[in-house]
Design a protein around this ligand. Structure first.
Ligand SMILES: *Cc1c(COP(=O)(O)O)cnc(C)c1O
Length: 430
């Protein structure tokens, strides 16, 4: 497989962008390769600048649940493009998308559109602080919430519960307001809340943690979070930027039937355009400007082209049995690969929930917390990644990232993918 054009473009890009990219994981560093420059996509397939074709399981890191260039999405985008791109005024396209979401979601009364997942989370945290008039927040080790200052924080050393920043440029004074706890650990949570519960504004969690492997939580842990938040007057934020509209139209809140106080969305909500959102009850949302004192704004918020793309995509997702069919496809793929690995006693398995899957090089039956992932084993992922590229399957270039099955993946795609995975594992483990 030739990558001449990609390699040439990468050399040019390095002159222009730090690391040659505009978002770090795209740089292929964790698989020790060079990024592949994509040229176009159609259904479940993408083509790179050298003309190589791949079955795509990155799906732009999640947004493309219908695959590339779905006709409904494209038609909506073209309809708006014929009229303009942005007006800086309200448009009916925002209402269409807002109405579709709110009328199919039991957990929120009002929503505010923004332009990225990061922005949604940043605003949700500010809202929680404004609402509770408290400063401290709790997050979990192994959850990613975008590049928000207060959330680029990792567990501190020793007995300290307050975090230390995981990025240069984040003031220690910010990091100290963020407590970092282990996932799926109700004891540790109780312990911290007993001491500091009445100083905490919010607990933020990816209810389906999918940015550092797929760390499926016990439902009882999520229920425990809900009850503890009621007890201490803390707002529970479900960061559903990945899980929203992915595990069901109502996301993880609907999947587990747990009502968070604030939900953040991103990725799928924009139909491939830059959209994020946060939603909550009327009472909580009444604190957002201009109704309330929590300031939040955006020049391109609820951009009409993006709203229309989101509406086109979500209107497809709202159809009967959409999610059942997608889950069946994913289970088919994952089972087929796992059966081969079990038969051959390979130390690897695919975990999945709905259409999210993750490749774990482990013997463990479950992986539920960040410290249960063996970083050394990521060298296997790098080998698999390169093998799959050579065999026409595109995964995100990091073993900590999950893969996504889209509605556009056909039976043939799934069978070809399973075959490539099995051959890849045969090669790695032989
Ligand atoms: C992707 C993601 C974000 C950040 O969204 P961006 O659109 O990349 O800013 C935040 N939270 C979660 C759970 C995500 O998966």
């Amino acid at each position: 497989m030739k990558r001449t054009q990609s390699n040439k473009l990468y050399e040019e890009a390095k002159q222009l962008f730090p690391g040659g990219v505009n978002s770090p994981v795209r740089a292929f560093r964790s698989v020790k390769g060079s990024p592949i420059f994509m040229e176009r996509g159609e259904n479940a397939h993408i083509w790179d600048e050298d003309g190589n074709k791949y079955i795509d399981y990155c799906c732009s890191w999640g947004p493309l649940i219908l695959g590339h260039r779905h006709p409904t999405v494209m038609a909506k985008i073209n309809e708006v493009l014929a009229k303009g791109t942005t007006f800086g005024t309200p448009t009916k396209y925002g209402i269409d998308l807002g109405e579709l979401i709110i009328s199919n979601n039991r957990f929120i009364d009002k929503i505010r559109f923004v332009s990225s997942g990061t922005e949604a989370v940043m605003s949700a945290i500010r809202l929680a602080r404004g609402f509770t008039k408290r400063d401290k927040i709790i997050k979990f080790d192994g959850c990613y919430h975008g590049h928000v200052d207060h959330l680029l924080v990792k567990a501190g050393s020793g007995l300290a519960t307050f975090g230390t920043s995981s990025s240069a440029g984040v003031p220690e004074a910010f990091a100290e307001k963020t407590l970092v706890l282990p996932l799926n650990n109700p004891e540790k949570l109780s312990e911290v809340l007993e001491k500091e519960g009445d100083e905490i504004a919010c607990i933020i969690i990816e209810p389906i943690p999918a940015n550092n492997g797929l760390l499926l939580q016990d439902k009882s842990f999520l229920e425990c979070l809900r009850l503890k938040c009621y007890k201490y007057g803390i707002l529970l934020i479900f960061d559903e930027v990945i899980s929203g509209f992915r595990v069901g139209f109502e996301g993880a809140a609907g999947y587990y039937n747990i009502k968070p106080d604030i939900i953040t969305y991103g990725k799928i909500i924009g139909g491939g355009m830059p959209v994020g959102a946060f939603g909550a009850s009327n009472e909580i949302m009444s604190h957002v400007a201009p109704d309330g004192p929590v300031y939040q704004a955006g020049t391109l918020s609820a951009n009409p082209v993006a709203m229309a793309a989101g509406y086109g995509q979500l209107s497809e997702l709202a159809k009967d049995s959409f999610y059942d069919i997608l889950e069946e496809k994913t289970t088919y793929l994952v089972d087929k690969i796992n059966t081969h690995c079990i038969k051959n006693n390979y130390q690897v398995k695919l975990f999945n929930v709905a259409s999210i899957f993750w490749i774990a090089f482990t013997e463990a039956k479950k992986v539920q917390a960040a410290n249960e992932i063996d970083g050394e084993k990521m060298s296997y992922f790098a080998l698999l990644h390169e093998f799959l590229l050579e065999n026409g399957v595109y995964l995100g270039p990091s073993g900590y990232e999950v893969g996504f099955v889209s509605a556009a993946h056909t039976q043939e795609d799934l069978d070809n993918t399973a075959e490539a995975f099995c051959a890849g594992f045969d090669k790695i483990f032989s």
